[in-house]
Design a protein around this ligand. Structure first.
Ligand SMILES: Cc1cc2nc3c(=O)[nH]c(=O)nc-3n(C[C@H](O)[C@H](O)[C@H](O)COP(=O)(O)OP(=O)(O)OC[C@H]3O[C@@H](n4cnc5c(N)ncnc54)[C@H](O)[C@@H]3O)c2cc1C
Length: 541
């Protein structure tokens, strides 16, 4: 099915979903058609103190999961009533989006870490209007910088042979079939080994990829070696930089389910960049939430949540929770969705009476990643919209993936300028934490080797290092650990780990589903449905 048909099939108007989400002891189940879904009843808001706000539902965190929860919970209609609102979203930062956000400086767009928009994510297709994002696509496949030891027929070492090779996707670019066959990436046998991999991801649904072989989740490295028998050369040159660039950790720490999922997404749809940067995705979600009456309060960091045993309100309506922000606001509400990063959620929730044990719960390992941006007015080394991977393996330099963003989407740089985004593995960010100049020189040297003919002089002397991001807690670990982010469909939003949360309190975030934008949306929708069900229940009594 081509992309436009996909979008049509999933357009919100044609959606009919039967969904049953289990929230701890209660199961809220409903069949919905767009426009008729249940929503929090429009309860009469009350004021306890003159400056206090009251709401049915407060969502803490305005990342993708929190914004998705806000849209789902408020989707029945407008909810604002003077100084109080049915759904309030509190975000600590001055702009929405959390990990999907961008800085715009002097006409350049710097996404906070290198990211792509994966068009085939089922949840993105449900919630976002792609036409407004004005997505500009990457070409399928990748260019790969290879480094091979160069021995002559007598076995004499002639140093390292460096070259740019192409890995093509003949399914999405049939005209590139010859490139696919003659590519020097991997070995000739690896091209045949791709066939069962493509067959698996094309013939299985996302759900099947996660559930068919539930017992057999193994590391991606084992999967590539033992299931598909790819050569070390193919793994080093293609799979390692490609997947490490997505999941920010070595292949042995990645899940085979997540590998199949992401490979399906890339094999069946485009990766692209939104006009206006990744921030455009978050802005669209925020605008949609606001349009449905959600009261979005930016620069509101929650510092404390209290859960009251009894109603603290003399109305018939029970405001079970009181939230205090760093900025001095107090909000009373009946239900909460905590949509912060997992580590923050654990900290915040452990302050609630009865949930102190969360503090001692083992923490899921977090992945981190760096990103460096260079601007230039000189010639762009690669003029096609394609991802470039470092296939040289460990020790071949800090640049893992390279992308000329202005070639993919010209909104990323002012006219006449170029913008190069380089993903840097965390081990380099860590090692050169206080030596940015050295890291900068290493990147320039590496890329000068990649493009010696036309650009090395430019890269060394005329490129300007604009920004460096060192992103801690970029993603929760997805393979092994106490709470791996590899759960398609999402975890029960009324539990944090094994711990039951008080009635009306729910959690969401990528750590509650899969460590992707798709997982963040999915978990947000799940939590909203549970909160809606809860609000329906407490309002009726
Ligand atoms: C560099 C990078 C690249 C990525 N690339 C991709 C990609 O290409 N494809 C993909 O699918 N995924 C990618 N991801 C992963 C994806 O971005 C995340 O999985 C997703 O955005 C997580 O959303 P979230 O809502 O769960 O969490 P977050 O985005 O972290 O949102 C949590 C929000 O809570 C707020 N908050 C925290 N504490 C408080 C508080 N006390 N009070 C109020 N607010 C609070 C935070 O400010 C934040 O806005 C990438 C991630 C990074 C970091």
């Amino acid at each position: 099915m081509n992309l436009s048909l996909w979008c049509l099939a999933f357009s919100p108007r044609s959606i009919s979903i039967s969904r049953s989400i289990s929230c701890s002891n209660h199961v809220f189940s409903y069949s919905r058609r767009s426009g008729t879904r249940p929503r929090p009843r429009q309860l009469k808001a009350s004021k306890s103190k003159s400056d206090d706000v009251s709401a049915d539902l407060v969502i803490i965190g305005g990342g993708i999961s929190g914004l998705s929860a806000a849209i789902e919970a408020s989707s029945g209609g407008k909810a604002v009533n003077h100084d109080s609102s049915s759904v309030v979203l509190l975000e600590s930062q001055p702009s929405p989006g959390g990990r999907v956000s961008s800085d715009i400086i002097n006409g350049f767009i710097f996404d906070r870490g290198y990211a792509v928009f994966v068009e085939n994510y089922p949840q993105s297709q449900r919630l976002l209007d792609y036409s407004l994002l004005e997505l500009k696509k990457y070409d399928p496949g990748a260019l790969i910088h290879q480094e091979q030891s160069n021995r002559n027929i007598n076995g004499n070492d002639n140093g390292i042979k460096r070259q740019m090779a192409r890995i093509a996707d003949p399914l999405r670019q049939p005209l590139r079939i010859m490139d696919a066959i003659t590519s020097t990436v991997g070995t000739p046998m690896d091209k045949l080994r791709l066939i069962p991999l493509f067959y698996k991801v094309k013939t299985n649904s996302v759900t099947q990829l996660f559930s068919n072989d539930k017992e057999q989740e193994i590391s991606t490295l084992s999967c590539l070696k033992e299931t598909y028998h790819f050569s070390d050369k193919m793994i080093q040159e293609f799979f390692e930089p490609f997947l490490t660039g997505i999941y920010f950790c070595p292949l042995q720490e990645q899940s085979s389910h997540m590998f199949h999922f992401v490979f399906k997404m890339f094999a069946e749809g485009a990766a692209s960049l939104p006009t206006g940067g990744m921030q455009a995705v978050s802005n669209q979600l925020m605008d949609n939430a606001k349009g449905q009456g959600v009261d979005v309060k930016l620069s509101h960091a929650v510092k404390n949540i209290q859960c009251h045993e009894e109603s603290n309100d003399n109305d018939s309506v029970s405001y079970r929770y009181t939230i205090d922000t760093e900025q001095g606001a107090t909000i009373h509400c009946k239900s909460i969705i905590c949509a912060t990063e997992g580590v923050q959620a654990q900290k915040l929730l452990s302050k609630i009476k009865g949930l102190e044990s969360l503090n001692n719960m083992e923490k899921q390992p977090q992945r981190s990643v760096g990103c460096m941006y260079y601007s230039f007015q000189t010639e762009t080394p690669v003029k096609e919209p394609i991802l470039i991977l470092n296939g040289g393996g460990e020790g071949s330099g800090p640049a893992l993936t390279v992308s000329f963003l202005h070639i993919i989407n010209d909104s990323y740089a002012p006219k006449g300028s170029g913008l190069c985004s380089i993903a840097i593995p965390s081990k380099y960010m860590h090692k050169y934490k206080d030596q940015q100049k050295k890291l900068d020189m290493m990147v320039r040297d590496q890329l000068s080797d990649w493009w010696p003919d036309c650009s090395s002089e430019d890269i060394q002397h005329h490129w300007k290092l604009e920004k460096v991001y060192d992103i801690q807690q970029a993603q929760p670990g997805q393979f092994q650990g106490v709470q791996p982010a590899n759960v398609h469909g999402g975890r029960d939003p009324s539990l944090f780990g094994e711990v039951s949360l008080p009635d009306g309190l729910f959690v969401c975030g990528d750590y509650m589903a899969t460590a992707t934008l798709n997982g963040a949306i999915e978990s947000g929708l799940n939590a909203a449905r549970c909160a809606v069900g809860y609000l329906e229940k407490v309002t009726v009594r």
